[in-house]
Design a protein around this ligand. Structure first.
Ligand code: ISL
Length: 588
């Protein structure tokens, strides 16, 4: 009976995607910045880890005010990264190795340097004026000019930027230099579609779609409800996230672009970044198979587990119960709508999960990184890793001051708080949150070796400081250590591929066993035919934890280094930060 619910096998479901942050991956020409030639030289390494797809954070021409998420020309490459020919060579080199390539599609907004925006801002009568969202100012009670509504920018301040020459504001949900495109304009949509086709014509296998659900705004752009009376501007997500025409735009994109490149054995993969929209029903509208929209989305909650109620950089500590709830929710809700999960814990927009949810204390770091790998490798969905996760890279050290942070989100927040508190005020609490969650953490240069600059750049001064721990934590060292985090990830990914029916396509069931510590996450994964079962035990604490094991006696260890090779009648003892998998199919 269960077999008829088995999901169909697809390459994009079984893919293991390795996210490359181009600036920080490998600098091949000594200018301190990663580049496409550097990436090409490491494709064999990526493949050896067990990944079969790469996702490149943006490589397009850009003034880099937001590290390439501000695109000035979708059909050209940021010069220090290389040329169009290098990008083509990269795609060819991937395909020659059986690797697929996802590009980052940033089309909710462009850079203010994009030709479309330059033209749009040139005059109110410009034919491209309505490719962006221009509005007249309001007048405050004091007669002063005010933005058209009270929305806050995601990076701080008002979401509206004043343009003196034409006397109007434009909407900029991120930086003032990232004007939002007006998707209600059909010509603008057609131009974006043509840029997507440009890359599909060059062999790209799919897209991670940035800020995907922000493209349709409420046509009236109304004031947001005041949820935080202490702030001048309010989150307008009620009116800019998952707006009224959002699904129409995605279906059109599919019809006009992706589906045209999905035939004859080719199938374009899409993963949408879904911010603000959290409920199962709304998520299902994007990924339910019958909807004909996206293959999968990043729901974001697994990277937001320690965000404060009012802001990312307010404090709210991680608890295992949150991970349990989030995992159980999506592992059930997505198959229920015949959709598909994206499984991940790290990306370039936050701190490393190792440092935030487990431990980068040298005593536990390797065990903790392996435990998280056990989690990620065992649940159902398409797995995404961030570069460096495979060697247990960690956040910046606590000793680094704010001057080492380079990302605009962190700096804007820090400066805004300091302004309120006054010069010289204690900022220790903010720095603590930065150390956990700042985007800089996920963007540190890749640690290849114990050489100068961690082997990331020869001769050059890395655009970001290299983590102090690189002599101990690097690829070269782990390559020759059979006990390394890297060796473990290889094992995890190999197992996931081999037992795809249990893990990639399996059904998740939470175990709530009495007497088990709150810090232990225990669940089973079952193959769609119901025959193969795996028991996964994850200890998120620095102390030993018992698990009673009732009902699992005799199950054999499949992965992990637990002292028990099988579940005994007294259960299992888990070491600090230990992750282990037992299974029912090696019973004799
Ligand atoms: O980074 C965030 C929280 O720290 C998010 O709010 C993030 O800005 C949001 O998820 C959108 O992210 C994407 O678009 C941004 C870009 O800065 C991010 O790097 C990108 O992932 C604007 O393009």
């Amino acid at each position: 009976m269960a077999a008829q619910n088995a999901p169909s096998r697809e390459w994009w479901k079984e893919a293991v995607v390795y996210q490359i942050y181009p600036a920080s991956f490998l600098d091949s020409n000594g200018d301190g910045l990663g580049d496409l030639r550097g990436i090409i030289s490491k494709l064999d390494y990526i493949k050896s880890v067990g990944a079969d797809t790469i996702w490149l954070s943006p490589i397009f021409k850009s003034p880099q005010k937001d590290m390439g998420y501000d695109v000035a020309d979708y059909r050209d490459i940021h010069e220090p990264y290389g040329t169009l020919q290098d990008a083509e060579a990269l795609i060819t080199a991937c395909h020659a190795r059986g690797l697929r390539v996802l590009f980052d599609l940033v089309v909710n907004h462009t850079s203010d340097q994009h030709a479309w925006f330059r033209e749009s801002r040139s005059a109110r009568t410009s034919p491209k004026r309505d490719w962006y969202l221009w509005r007249d100012p309001k007048t405050g009670p004091d007669g002063a000019r005010r933005p058209p509504n009270n929305w806050a920018s995601i990076f701080g301040g008002s979401a509206w930027t004043w343009d003196e020459p034409t006397g109007q504001y434009y909407l900029s949900l991120f930086l003032p230099s990232q004007p939002d495109l007006n998707w209600a304009c059909a010509d603008m949509r057609a131009a974006a579609h043509a840029d997507m086709a440009f890359w599909l014509d060059r062999g790209v296998d799919g897209f991670r779609i940035d800020s995907m659900n922000l493209m349709s705004k409420h046509p009236d752009l109304p004031d947001a409800p005041v949820t935080d009376p202490g702030r001048e501007f309010q989150s307008g997500d009620l009116y800019f996230a998952s707006g009224p025409r959002m699904h129409e735009y995605i279906r059109e994109m599919r019809r006009e672009v992706f589906d045209k490149y999905s035939s004859g054995g080719r199938r374009v993969m899409t993963v949408g970044e879904l911010g603000f929209t959290k409920d199962e029903g709304s998520v299902a509208e994007y990924v339910g198979r019958a909807r004909g929209e996206l293959d999968m989305v990043f729901t974001g909650d697994v990277v937001d587990m320690d965000f404060g109620a009012g802001h990312k950089y307010e404090r709210d500590d991680f608890r295992v119960a949150k991970l349990r709830d989030i995992t159980a929710r999506w592992q059930a809700a997505i198959p229920a709508c015949d959709g598909w999960n994206a499984v991940y814990m790290d990306n370039h927009d936050s701190g490393r999960s190792l440092s935030r949810y487990a431990s980068d204390d040298p005593r536990y770091r390797a065990a903790a990184a392996k435990m998280l790998a056990t989690y990620l490798g065992s649940v159902s969905g398409t797995l995404f890793l961030l570069q460096g996760q495979e060697i247990g890279m960690a956040n910046v050290p606590a000793s680094w001051g704010m001057e080492e942070y380079v990302d605009v989100e962190a700096k804007n927040y820090y400066d805004a708080v300091r302004k309120v508190r006054g010069e010289g005020a204690d900022m220790g609490d903010v720095l603590r949150e930065m150390r956990l969650k700042a985007r800089d953490n996920g963007r540190l240069p890749m640690q290849w070796s114990a050489e100068e600059n961690a082997g990331f750049s020869r001769g050059g001064r890395p655009w970001m400081r290299v983590n102090d721990d690189f002599r101990e934590w690097n690829v070269e060292k782990q390559e020759v250590d059979p006990d390394s985090v890297l060796a473990y990830w290889r094992e995890v990914l190999e197992l996931r591929k081999r037992e795809f029916d249990v893990f990639t396509y399996g059904r998740f069931k939470m175990l709530d066993v009495e007497g088990t510590s709150e810090d232990v996450f225990a669940y089973t994964m079952t193959s769609p035919d119901g025959r193969k079962k795996a028991l996964i035990l994850l200890n998120f604490s620095d102390t030993e934890q018992p698990f009673s094991g009732r009902g699992f006696e005799g199950w054999r260890r499949l992965l992990g280094s637990n002292v028990a090779v099988e579940v005994g009648k007294d259960g299992v003892r888990l070491g600090a930060y230990e992750g282990v998998i037992f299974c029912n199919w090696l019973l004799n």
